[in-house]
Design a binder for this molecule. Sequence first.
Ligand SMILES: [Zn+2]
Length: 88
Amino acid sequence: MTTTDFIKTEKFEDNIDNYGWNDNTCECCGKPMKVKKYYVNTIDGPFVVEPHITDEEMRANGTQSQGIFYIGPECIKKYDKEFRGIVK
Ligand SMILES: [Zn+2]
């Protein structure tokens, strides 16, 4: 199971203050998303794991799921391809 740091930009809190937070907020930069197409799969930390990692695999590695975080199309590029989840 490969992990990488969860990325939150310095502007996140400012953007939440400006735009508010809802189901359509990019969890990386705090801005509203125009398209809700990408996500990252997270575990305790939070850290990001590859999208196909299951809850069972997380538990087998001594950690647990923190769920799916939706990320805007620009911000998802901050992650290596292997970590980019695409909504089906
Ligand atoms: Zn963003």
